[in-house]
Design a protein around this ligand. Structure first.
Ligand code: ADP
Ligand code: ADP
Length: 229
């Protein structure tokens, strides 16, 4: 699973101001789509609509061919994992932050899970002094480390569809490319990934969609977009 389609999607937060003016795209299961474009173009809005924080006013959104309106909130939450731009962590351990909210999990189970294989090496990619102390409380983490924890937390759900909403934009380029490399490994595990990003630094995406003022300005592979100039 994990096929996503937007068909002529229209939406505005206010009835008198349209934000998306007929957006269409398709993502094959396991593919990566980068949604790029200037601030205010509507990138985050696409992410929020897919998670059904808001209802669309026209068109259709489907997951694996099923209309989003027919998908329950709880199944949507198990199918989609979303990593937001700014992550607020609890003043607790890395393990706690990665595992909290998992039903029936004790602190120990949470930390075991965080250490487990299902986090795709994110904790292991933390600086050694942190990776060794997943259960230690009151850690001070940098922005990049916090973001890794946020991504690991979402990956623990093993969602078929992963949305990164400017999740790496605030990071330095080295940290960002490390996280990109990890995402490529995840992608090989047939996770559908949608990345919203201000800059088109994401050359590895299967498809790039350039959004401008709520319209699709360009869409294609990196090479196709380069050829068009
Ligand atoms: P991007 O992610 O590309 O920066 P957004 O999707 O966040 O763009 O925003 C698109 C437009 O929608 C902007 O003009 C923004 O001001 C507006 N907008 C975003 N969130 C809200 C909201 N909750 N209520 C009203 N307008 C909003
Ligand atoms: P979980 O159930 O995994 O704790 P949620 O599914 O409630 O998380 O939310 C996922 C992420 O989306 C959270 O980081 C939350 O801050 C963010 N979020 C929640 N509501 C909104 C919203 N209306 N607009 C944008 N982001 C939101």
């Amino acid at each position: 699973g994990g096929a996503v389609a937007f068909e002529d999607v229209r939406f505005g937060y206010d009835p008198d101001r349209q934000i998306l003016n007929g957006v269409s795209f398709k993502i094959e299961p396991g593919h990566t789509l980068a949604v790029v474009g200037p601030s205010g173009a509507g990138k985050s809005t696409i992410a929020r609509l897919l998670y059904r924080f808001y209802d669309i006013t026209g068109g259709r959104i489907t997951i694996d061919g099923q209309d989003l309106r027919d998908v329950t909130q709880s199944s949507l939450r198990s199918v989609i994992g979303i990593v937001p731009q700014d992550t607020v962590l609890f003043n607790d351990s890395i393990g706690y932050n990665i595992g909290y909210g998992r039903e029936g999990s004790s602190q120990i189970e949470i930390e075991e899970a965080a250490r487990g294989a299902s986090i795709h090496g994110f904790v292991e990619s933390l600086p050694e002094q942190y990776a060794a102390k997943v259960g230690e409380r009151g850690l001070k983490l940098s922005g990049g480390e916090k973001q890794r924890v946020a991504i690991a937390r979402t990956l623990l759900k093993n969602p078929p569809i992963l949305i990164l909403d400017e999740a790496t934009s605030a990071l330095d380029s080295r940290t960002e490319s490390e996280i990109q490399a990890t995402l490529e490994r995840i992608s090989e595990r047939r996770t559908t990934i949608i990345i919203a990003h201000r800059l088109s630094t994401i050359v590895d995406a299967d498809q790039i969609m350039v959004l401008d003022a709520g319209r699709v300005a360009e869409q294609g592979t990196h090479n196709e977009l380069l050829r068009k100039g």
